[in-house]
Ligand binder design. Structure first.
Ligand SMILES: [Zn+2]
Length: 80
């Protein structure tokens, strides 16, 4: 109803790309082309890539943004 394209609470999983060795955010439930995961930043990871709940290494900054952890809007009732 809020019009947010990314549902809050759907945490991505993280896979390390063999191209840049950064951890990219992957939505497992999303539609992916055959054989690859498409990370939120557009980077493609081989389907055999291990996915983790927490990024095992340096996170891709673009994915980090898209992962939406720090949302620009306050979620109401912020202490600060
Ligand atoms: Zn990425």
């Amino acid at each position: 109803m809020s019009g947010d394209p990314v549902p809050v609470g759907t945490a991505p999983r993280w896979g390390v790309s063999s191209l840049d060795w950064c951890s990219h955010a992957v939505d497992e439930d999303a539609d992916h082309p055959y054989g690859v995961y498409v990370a939120r930043c557009g980077q493609r990871l081989f389907m055999g890539t291990s996915l983790y709940d927490e990024a095992p290494g340096w996170m891709c900054l673009l994915c980090l943004r898209w992962a939406g952890q720090p949302r620009p809007e306050r979620e109401g009732g912020g202490a600060e």
